[in-house]
Design a protein around this ligand. Structure first.
Ligand SMILES: Cc1cc2nc3c(=O)[nH]c(=O)nc-3n(C[C@H](O)[C@H](O)[C@H](O)COP(=O)(O)OP(=O)(O)OC[C@H]3O[C@@H](n4cnc5c(N)ncnc54)[C@H](O)[C@@H]3O)c2cc1C
Length: 414
């Protein structure tokens, strides 16, 4: 890259912000333009459903940059500006301001949009979604003591909001269509622990809930279930997942599937165009395509994409993982939790546990843990290193919590 080059990043979220910072840290002295349709500097989203809703965090503490370090970086930030088109042949993006911008390299870090419920426009007065800081502020204002909050969707965001709302004295009902909580991402054992905890904290959780209708004229006043139950509602939080923002890439003729498809270096099917974060569909050694909606993925891909924009050839092969916080408990997952894996459980402290997922060669492929506070963090870090080591493990010893994972790592046979 020469200093006369212009590197353009679309999406000033986590992956985009991390990429912009990495470009500077790696020594690129030329023009970096970070374009985002939100009003803020890039920030991390995990606190939105946790500390921020409890009134324990602020935009500044979620931000990837302080104002001062951002100014010092010389990165141009076009805020509240949308990119409306990409001309890959002319290396140019169109903005909703009417202007256009020529790029040398382009990164698409445009994340996704909350999936919407099909509600009558007149009912939307008390309906909330949670993806952005502004939505979190709006939701936070409505979580007053005794507010009846109905959460549609028993996934991470819905459950974390339920937890923050209980903290604020709300009455909470979670409606989950499936037979267990966060089933797409979690082992059954962890879903059960989550269910037990939320119910113990006073959340009414309805599994297998079939919603028949949303009742109310100017807002949703109750939710009618197929079972006949009518759930009264002051605020309705919809947490039914997100859809990656694919329109731009599709219009530009980039290869897409469930995300924007990239090669092992995070380059899309178009020359000089990269993708990272929630919108990015990538391959791991197995040749299959994956997409992740996690902090860790946005962080790692933002960094790798930036280095590759600078001409480095860095393979993206980070071990996947995520965490989620519920009251005084936390869960974490690293690696791959394949259905066909051999699963071994180890006891943790204070009712916590660790599930180890072994492949056919008795190597650790993934792990999922549940425990009080941060009690599983150290073991999860060791699991990550065991996954990376590809060490063959002594299966018969793994369920014995007195056999240390650190010791296994030290004596690992690869
Ligand atoms: C409430 C919440 C809690 C979470 N908690 C956790 C957690 O506990 N653990 C965990 O691992 N992960 C968590 N996540 C997931 C994690 O935050 C995301 O995976 C991460 O933010 C993805 O980063 P991204 O940069 O890919 O997308 P985003 O952060 O969504 O950024 C994309 C940005 O691009 C902008 N944009 C889109 N299209 C355009 C356009 N055409 N022009 C200009 N700008 C555009 C969007 O407005 C957005 O600002 C949470 C997410 C949410 C929403």
């Amino acid at each position: 890259m020469s200093p006369s080059d212009t590197l353009v990043i679309v999406g000033a979220g986590h992956a985009g912000g991390r990429a912009a910072l990495t470009l500077r840290e790696a020594g690129f002295a030329g023009r970096i333009v970070l374009i985002g349709d939100e009003a803020h500097l890039p920030y991390e989203r995990p606190p939105l459903s946790k500390a921020l809703l409890k009134g324990e965090s602020s935009l500044a503490s979620c931000s990837l940059f302080s104002e001062a370090s951002f100014l010092a970086s010389g990165i141009e930030h076009l805020s509240q500006v949308r990119v409306t088109g990409i001309d890959t042949a002319r290396h140019c993006v169109a903005l909703d301001t009417g202007a256009s911008l020529v790029y040398s390299k382009l990164l698409l870090a445009i994340g996704g949009t909350s999936r919407r419920l099909d509600l009558a426009p007149g009912q939307l007065g008390n309906v909330r979604y949670l993806r952005t800081f502004d939505e979190a502020v709006e939701l936070e204002k409505s979580l007053k003591p005794d507010t009846r909050l109905v959460v549609v969707g028993g996934g991470f965001i819905g459950l974390e909001v339920a937890c923050s709302a209980r903290d604020r004295g709300c009455e909470v009902t979670v409606l989950e269509a499936g037979q267990r909580l966060a089933a797409r991402a979690l082992p059954e054992r962890v879903s059960e622990a989550l269910l037990t905890l939320h119910r113990r904290k006073g959340v009414v959780v309805r599994l297998g809930a079939q919603i028949e209708a949303f009742r109310g004229e100017d807002r949703v006043q109750s939710v009618q279930l197929a079972s006949g139950e009518q759930v009264p509602c002051d605020i309705l939080l919809v947490g039914i997942g997100m859809q990656p923002n694919l329109q731009l890439a599709r219009q530009a003729g980039l290869e897409t599937g469930s995300g924007i498809k990239v090669d092992a270096f995070l380059q899309t099917s178009a020359e000089d165009v990269y993708a990272a974060g929630d919108v990015c569909e990538f391959t791991r050694g197995d040749g299959a395509f994956h997409r992740q909606e996690t902090w860790r993925n946005a962080e790692a891909q933002g960094r790798v994409a930036a280095l590759n924009m600078l001409g480095q050839q860095q393979l993206f092969d980070a071990v996947p993982g995520f965490w989620s916080d519920h009251y005084e408990f936390g869960l974490q997952t690293v690696g791959t939790l394949a259905a066909e894996a051999q699963i071994i459980e180890r006891a943790g402290v204070d009712g916590g546990f660790l599930l180890l997922y072994l492949d056919r060669q008795s190597r650790l492929a993934g792990a999922s843990g549940w425990g009080a506070g941060n009690s599983i963090a150290k073991d999860m870090k060791l699991c990550e290193r065991l996954i990376e080591s590809r060490a063959v493990l002594p299966v018969e010893q793994l369920s014995d919590a007195s056999v240390s994972l650190k010791g296994l790592l030290r004596g690992a046979h690869v």
